[in-house]
Design a protein around this ligand. Sequence first.
Ligand code: SF4
Length: 369
Amino acid sequence: MDLDRHDFELDDLVERIKANDNRLVALQVPEGLKMQALEMMDSIEDESDATVILAADPCYGACDLVHDKMRMMGVELVAHMGHSQMNIDSGMPTHFIPVTYDGDPELAVALPLLESHRAIAQSRLESVGEEVDIDEEAAKDRFLDAVGRVAPLTGARLGLVGSIQHLHLLEEFKSRLEVAGFDVEIPVGGDRLTFPGQVLGCNYSGDDPSIGHYMFLGSGDFHPIGLVLHTGKPLTMLDPYSGDATEMSLERIERILRQRFGLINSVVEAQTFGILIGEKPGQMRRNLAIRMKRLLEKHGRKGYLLALDHISPDLIDFYPVDAYVNTACPRIAIDDSVRYAKPLITPYELEVALGEKKWETGYQFDEIP
Ligand code: SF4
């Protein structure tokens, strides 16, 4: 990561520490910035009277705010870097530190992909009104179809989204795309999202049927996989770090759907389940977990509620259950299930396995609202 081109915006934090006369502050930084954490601690301690404790456990999102354990240590303020505020209350005063990257990639390299994706979206507009009565085999085929499983579109607009470090580019890119002839929307999502055009690995709530395809400004495939799994819409990725344009291949999404299909089938006869509850403030879905337990009971199965902060194979593989249902971060089941010794599925996938949800409604991404 080119750190010289990132703005860490520590000044507002130092001002707040001074204004509140905070003496003990916890700093929480994303994994990619941990190497620079000690330098940041020096800088905060040099410029204020506060002592800084690094919250050194892994941190992958604003869902993972440090909370009561830091209060027990006497921490007065949590400084959380690189993620934006969510609709959760950790119980601790928290200062969010934005991190922005100044890279501004060329749009031209992305235009051929965007044009081909717009053509796919327009062809989906024309398919409105196709038959809905289908047999079991056709329903399963629809489940496995990256595009055909989702509802017909009402428009073929381009949805412009990005990860948090690059959101400041969106308005400028909207103008550039409009000059290039695209009808562009920067989608506004629900309460879990702070900014227009923002996406999280567990929330794509800005999607709407008038958006036919997407462009993502960011790096890596974590957000793109979730977006296409959730929407079934073609996605161009423009990476501000490398300047490269690529697409999220529908074959890759179909491979994931086949894996999910296999996991659902593998638990149809399972009798005992561990139901995982995440202890992180923004991942805690206790009511959903209890609803899954009741659902299992209704079908004559057994569910055990297991609460964990970090979820990993060595912490759960040994329990004598047949499978696990994950209600913590949805991406644990989607991205990491091969690491676990037993099937690890989402709540929606359990409902399909128990016959409560139908294949023909198409795969439903496990979104945290
Ligand atoms: S995808 Fe997982 S880690 Fe990321 S914000 Fe959502 S719950 Fe948190």
